[in-house]
Design a protein. Structure first.
Length: 235
């Protein structure tokens, strides 16, 4: 009986060592991880209105998945792994309007502005050169004809101002006659700025008289209004 037990133990030990030798190379290998690509596509068939240089969202797709794997027999606890995957995809459209006519106009305008700038610079340079030549030739002397012409121009300007002042005086008198003292005062002020000499003195006198008449008229009107308000009502 003892010999049978000894043989049984030796047989079990031999089986255990054989199993260890068989599992040894497999246990020595490092775990390998393999990652496979996941490709998915989706499309949108719709019509949207997008502003110039703006974007509009067309929609999206969201995906999620979860799984678990368990190793081992039902009698003994084994290894269990869990996995979860989340993904989201969105699509949008962006619109940019290319106005070719506007681009052509802007390009031509810039070219024209460049030519005008060059022409203006050339004309300014020529004018400066001519002025320098005239100053050198005249040596700072003004011809008598230029002085006479300036005097005639000055006299013509003064005559025009005097005529305009006379017209403003007439407008002021007409406004005063129809009961518009403020309009009359405005035309008197314009005439006083344009006139000189005796005409200016006459305008100042008429403006002052018109202002006094307007004030007296307002006082009289106020008195008549007060008298009507104080008049007793008939019984």
């Amino acid at each position: 009986m003892a010999t049978l037990r000894r043989l049984t133990v030796l047989a079990l030990l031999a089986i255990a060592f054989d199993g260890a030798e068989l599992l040894g190379p497999a246990a020595a290998q490092a775990p390998a991880v393999v990652q496979l690509p996941s490709i998915s596509t989706f499309g949108v068939n719709t019509s949207v209105s997008a502003p110039d240089r703006g974007s509009v969202s067309l929609g999206g797709v969201g995906r999620s998945s979860m799984g678990s794997t368990a190793y081992g027999s039902g009698l003994f606890p084994g290894n269990r792994s869990f996995g979860r995957n989340l993904s989201s995809s969105r699509t949008s459209v962006r619109a940019t309007v290319q106005d070719l006519d506007a681009l052509d106009r802007a390009t031509l305008e810039r070219a024209s502005a460049g030519r005008e700038s060059q022409r203006s610079a050339a004309e300014a340079y020529l004018a400066k050169r001519r002025l320098a030549i005239v100053r050198q030739s005249s040596a700072g002397q003004v011809p008598p004809s230029s002085v006479a012409e300036a005097r005639r121009q000055r006299a013509a300007d003064l005559a025009g101002q005097q005529a305009e002042a006379v017209q403003n005086i007439k407008r002021a008198r007409d406004a005063a006659q129809v009961g518009k003292p403020r309009v009359a005062a405005m035309f008197y002020q314009l005439a006083a700025k344009q006139a000189t000499g005796e005409l200016k003195l006459q305008i100042d006198k008429e403006a002052a008289a018109a202002a006094r008449n307007s004030a007296a008229s307002r006082v009289a009107q106020t008195g008549r209004t007060s008298a009507r308000q104080r008049r007793p009502l008939p019984h």
